[in-house]
Design a protein. Structure first.
Length: 302
């Protein structure tokens, strides 16, 4: 029997915990929207809570936030493309779709990222990875095509809305790979983007009447979005650490664990159940995502 070194076992354990954490944010989001909270209000507090938490971390590390123009451009881009737009779409979609289905569709991030990488010159064409892309598209068809795959046929429109998040995440990753982050560390990027995003979304939440009053009494939706925001900050910070410790190819496996745990948590917490078509789509997407995942690259000198 093959025995893994203790360090490998530790890193695998961290990966599993990350997948479990990120997977739980989907049913928590479902609870957060269950009593009328809408996307702008939820995104604002997600970013505000993230900014405060990361601000404390950066203060303890004695790191000051860069405020020059190149850094500000990165903050705005990551805030809009990485959180405000995709999360607004996800919060609206999860009001209508099962939480587990949202988790399954998030596994499409690598499949959206691959054609963008080809167009931007970040990757070269590979037949096996193209086959993975086609499998991802087939998985979507399994969800929206057959009768009985969704609770109601009218929900097909919201499947399209749920695809906005993986589309933007795929573009975000390619843009960072192509143009970098102006020398900012991942924690600095997330901290700055959280502040900028909160500033952008606050007036939208107020104007649209979606602002969430933080004063008590607090109910389950309030506790759900608070816990979801804290989990996201904790897991994202761990993800950044894991990329540096074990490499991006190992760390990206969290996407598949996130989807699997998202379905499991939705079944345990929300009592969701899915048709055979949805289970088949999940299997096809997982395999397709494995085929198009990033490949190891030789380390660059300097």
């Amino acid at each position: 029997m093959t025995r893994f070194p203790p360090q490998t076992v530790f890193l695998i354990g961290v990966l599993i915990l990350m997948g479990a954490g990120w997977g739980m944010t989907q049913p928590l989001s479902k609870i957060a929207v269950s009593e009328g909270y809408r996307h702008f209000g939820l995104v604002f507090w997600q970013m505000a809570i993230g900014a405060v938490t990361l601000g404390i971390i950066q203060t303890l590390r004695r790191k000051r936030l860069r405020c020059d123009l190149p850094a500000f451009r990165v903050y705005v881009f990551i805030a809009l493309i990485g959180t405000v737009l995709p999360n607004s779409a996800s919060y609206e979609a999860i009001r209508h779709l099962p939480s587990g289905l949202i988790s399954i569709l998030l596994a499409l991030v690598p499949m959206f990222a691959f054609p963008m990488a080809l167009a931007m010159g970040n990757e070269r064409f590979a037949p096996l990875r193209f086959a993975g892309l086609l499998m991802g598209l087939f998985g979507v068809l399994l969800i929206i095509g057959p009768e009985g795959s969704l609770p109601a046929r009218s929900l097909v429109l919201f499947v399209g809305l749920a695809l906005v998040a993986p589309l933007f995440y795929g573009f975000e990753g390619n843009a960072v790979a192509r143009w970098g982050t102006a020398g900012l560390s991942p924690l600095e990027v997330l901290y700055g983007a959280s502040i900028v995003g909160a500033v952008i979304v606050f007036p939208l939440a107020v104007i649209t009447g979606q602002f969430i009053d933080p004063r008590p009494p607090w109910g389950m939706p309030d506790l759900a979005y608070l816990l979801s925001s804290l989990i996201h900050v904790a897991v994202y910070t761990t993800y950044v650490w894991l990329v540096g410790r074990a490499g991006p190819v190992f760390a990206v496996q969290v996407r598949y664990l996130e989807s699997g745990f998202g379905v499991l948590w939705a079944m345990l917490i929300l009592g969701e159940r899915y048709s055979g078509w949805v289970w088949a789509a999940m299997a096809v997407m997982m395999l397709g995502g494995f085929l198009v995942q990033p490949r190891d690259r030789p380390a660059e000198s300097g």
